[in-house]
Structures are given as C-alpha cells and as structure tokens.
Design a protein around this ligand. Structure first.
Ligand code: 5AD
Ligand code: SF4
Length: 458
C-alpha cells in the first residue's frame, strides 16, 4: 500500500492561471500531498481552466472526459474543476451534467478557499459547487512555486475594460488592487530566500494599479518602491493596456536598471474602425505615439504585442492596416489569435462574423510577417550588449546558456560563471537561429554599434 498522497494539476491559459495553480498546489502541499506528473497515480486531480478562446474549452472538455476511467478504477480519487470556465454558472452546470464524476467545482473568485473545500470534501464526501460573485483578497495563503528563479506576484485582480471580444471581465470581475505593503512584504520575503532573481508582477492591466486604493499610489510608484528593496533582481510585469501606460511609468522603467525593458503592449488591431468596435479606447496614431515615446526613452526596449484577426466585420483593408502597423513598430515578437466568439460578450452578437477560412489565412500571414521581422531583429542584436541572467551550464564544459531581458537565450563561452548571476553579454553571432555572445565587463547599456569582429553564420 502506498503511504504518500499525490496530486496532479492541469493548468490552461495565461500566467495568471499558472500562478493560481501555484496557489492551489500550496494548499495541497500544506496538507502533505506530493505532486505527480502522472494523473493515473494521483489522489487529487485539479483542472484549472481557461475560457478566453473556444479552443481552450474544447481541449479542457476532452481532458476532463479522459479522467473518467481513472476515477472508475480509483473511486477515492478527488476531481476538482476551477478557474475561468467554472466561474460561469451555466458552464459550471454543464460541467456538472457532462462529467458527474467531478467532485468539487469552484470559480476564479474562490481559489483562496480551495484548502477548505478539499478538507470539507474529504470529511463529508458531499459534492461541492461554489461560485462567488466577487473576489475577496485573502493575504498569506500558501504558494508552491514552480517557475524556477522567477516568482509571480499578483498586484491586482480583475479588469474594468470590457473590450467587446473579451470574456475576462465577466469571469474575473472588476479591478481590485492589493495593498502596496502586502505586495512589498511578499516580494521581500521571496528575495530574502535568494532563490528568486526575477519578480513578475501580474494583473490584467497593471497600469491601472491603485486606482481603487486610497493611498497615494499608482503603478509607477509601486515599481519604484519595489526596486528600492536592497537585493539583486529584475522586476518584470504583465499585462499593460496602452490607454493607461503613462509617461511616469515609461520614465520609471527607463530610469531603473532593476526594471525589465520587456514591454508587452497588446494593440489587437491596426485599424481604427476595428479598435473602436473592440472598445479599446485608443487610436492607431495614439498607440504609435506611445511606441515612439518608449523607443526614445528606452532604446533597448523589447516590445511585444497581441493581435486578434477576424474580428467581426474586419475587411481586407482593416487587416492590411494591421500588417502595416506590425511592419512600422518592428515588434520583437507578437502573438496572433483568431477571433473566438465568446457568448455573453458584445462582439458575439455583432453582424459580419468572419469565416474560419479567412481567419486562418490572416493568422498565417501575421505569423509569417512576425517571423521575418523577428529574424531581422535577431540580426540587429549582433554587436549589442544585453544584461542577462546565467541560466544553465551546458554539456560542453565551458559553455553557459544565458537569458536576455526580452527572453532570448544566448550561448556564451566562459570558464567561471555562477548560476543565476546577472552578466553583461555582447552578442557576437547568430547561427541556425541561436545567438552566441561573450561576457563583457562594462556597464550593460545596449547602445553599442555593430563591431568588426561580429560574425553572422547560418
Ligand atoms: N478571441 C481571440 N483572442 C482573444 N483574446 C482575448 N479575447 C479573445 C477572443 N475572444 C486575446 C487578446 C488578449 C490575449 C490575452 O488574448 O489578444 O490580449
Ligand atoms: Fe480582456 Fe480587454 Fe480586460 Fe485585456 S483589457 S482582460 S483584453 S477586457
């Protein structure tokens, strides 16, 4: 007979969900469960779901269905479904009817109560469904971190924006910010352990942090307070809505070495007509101005974005405007999504829905475009100096893998680097899409021009 109890968590969707799974795991670890990669061996299986696109939902249904034979073999197995999909009451009912073997269902607002639900179920063996209307922030719950030297930290929950395609405000509620001191305490405790070198702040729209608080605080001031903590680390953040990205935030990023220069600024479309229908509250011209400001103040910024193609009524002309914007901004990379109709959102009932065939064509065109641009961007890196973290020693004795601020990996030759230290690396060549570089000792700015010894090979 086995003595240990095991758990397995399926996580779908964004970084927010990855971190929420760390919180779910925290409750399980606290109760003595051990993680297993093998669902067959688990005593508790949790599905932490996502509903941002239909494709995610379909995959999740398939995965939950596949648990049925495992539950049949092991009736003591506890199956829980939570997260964005479960937060919608109708969907929660569908899950209950379609998969009667699911024991616990709860929404995004109840993640912090998972421990209590599990204890109740293990005690009474009564099925449980709990979906609360509003989130209550509970501080100090356990977190079992699984993202290496990066630690995710929520600074706020929910979203007030109601972009017409998006289900998030309906399943995650209105914006609510954590108190600055609670955030700082959490980060200080993480940094004290010396295990974490990157702190990534999480929110649907981090730029509107603090608007609901009485303290004299905003996102820029919060970042400033965090980087004053006396430890060596990089501060990252996601995601930013362009309409709320202030000059103060740009200045704060520009003026602090500890703040990452990787800025994810989803634009969604390059057509003003579509942006208006999407309720994004900015124009292409306004967006380009923000990008210009970023490039002027932060010359080594890594700029990335999200795009949706095939939004209702999107014409070829609208789509070409999106392509133009991508060429104009020269993003380091982009994420392109086919518009997915989400019931309950205004866009779902708009006339002029676009066929899957056209969406497919458009998404492929964007991906091709992004490949060309990001290849070009890689070549532009040659000769530049990037501040990187040493991630791993490679099998070749004197080679290390280091990672740039923008997430690119570089192979460097050196005989004595410490793992997880920050080093300045000059990028010397690119070969088969892999960057190579050498350690340099000077300050770590990114404004070097291409030097003679830079080589390109493929
Ligand atoms: N269909 C397709 N993509 C969507 N996103 C959000 N809602 C939808 C939808 N209904 C994309 C947006 C957002 C990213 C996280 O997901 O581009 O920035
Ligand atoms: Fe969705 Fe728009 Fe909020 Fe982002 S800002 S979560 S796209 S509603």
């Amino acid at each position: 007979m086995k003595n240990n109890k095991f758990y397995h968590i399926y996580t779908y969707g964004c970084q927010m969900n990855i971190h929420e799974s760390e919180k779910l795991a925290g409750f399980l670890e606290e109760r003595g469960y051990i993680e297993t990669k093998e669902p067959n061996l688990a005593d508790v299986i949790v599905f932490n779901t996502c509903c941002i696109r239909k494709s995610a939902e379909e995959k999740i249904f398939g995965n939950i269905g596949a648990i049925k034979p495992i539950k049949k073999k092991n009736p003591n197995l506890v199956v829980a479904v939570c997260g964005c999909m479960a937060q919608q009451s109708q969907m929660a009912e569908t899950i209950q009817n379609k998969f009667p073997f699911v024991d616990i269902i709860f929404g995004t607002h109840n993640v912090n109560k998972f421990g209590q639900y599990l204890d109740d179920f293990n005690c009474k063996h009564e099925k449980l469904k709990n979906i609360e209307e509003e989130i209550q922030i509970i501080e100090g719950t356990p977190v079992y971190r699984t993202s290496g030297y990066n630690a995710w930290v929520n600074i706020m929950y929910g979203c007030n924006n109601f972009c017409t395609y998006c289900i998030v405000p309906y399943v995650r509620g209105r914006e609510i910010s954590r108190k600055p001191q609670d955030i700082i305490n959490e980060i200080e405790n993480l940094l004290k352990t010396k295990k974490y070198k990157i702190i990534t702040l999480l929110g649907q729209n981090v730029n509107s942090y603090g608007k609901d608080l009485e303290d004299n605080i905003n996102f820029a001031k919060l970042m400033q307070k965090i980087v004053e903590l006396p430890y060596e680390f990089k501060l990252k953040f996601m995601t930013s809505h362009p309409k709320d990205l202030t000059d103060e935030v740009i200045e704060t990023i520009a003026n602090n070495d500890k703040i990452s220069k990787a800025i994810h600024l989803p634009v969604q479309s390059g057509s003003n007509r579509i942006l208006k229908l999407m309720n994004r509250k900015y124009t292409v011209e306004h967006y380009k101005e923000i990008i210009k400001k970023i490039k002027d103040k932060i010359p080594n910024a890594t700029i990335t974005s999200d795009f949706i193609v095939g939004f209702p009524t999107e014409t070829e002309e609208d789509f070409l405007a999106t392509c133009e914007l991508i060429k104009d901004v020269e993003y380091n990379s982009i994420f392109a999504f086919m518009y997915s109709k989400r019931e309950g959102t205004p866009a779902a009932i708009m006339e002029g829905q676009i066929s899957d065939e056209i969406k497919n064509q458009r998404v492929n065109t964007l991906l091709k475009l992004e490949k060309e641009i990001s290849n070009q961007k890689n070549y532009e890196l040659i000769g530049k100096i990037e501040n990187c973290i040493v991630e791993k020693k490679l099998e070749n004795d004197d080679e290390y893998l280091v990672k740039t601020d923008g997430g690119k990996t570089i192979i460097v030759k050196d005989d004595n680097l410490n793992l997880l230290e920050f080093v300045d690396v000059k990028i010397t060549k690119i070969s088969k899409n892999q960057l190579y570089g050498e350690i340099v000792n000077n300050g770590g700015t990114n404004e070097e021009t291409i030097t003679n010894d830079a080589t390109i090979s493929q």
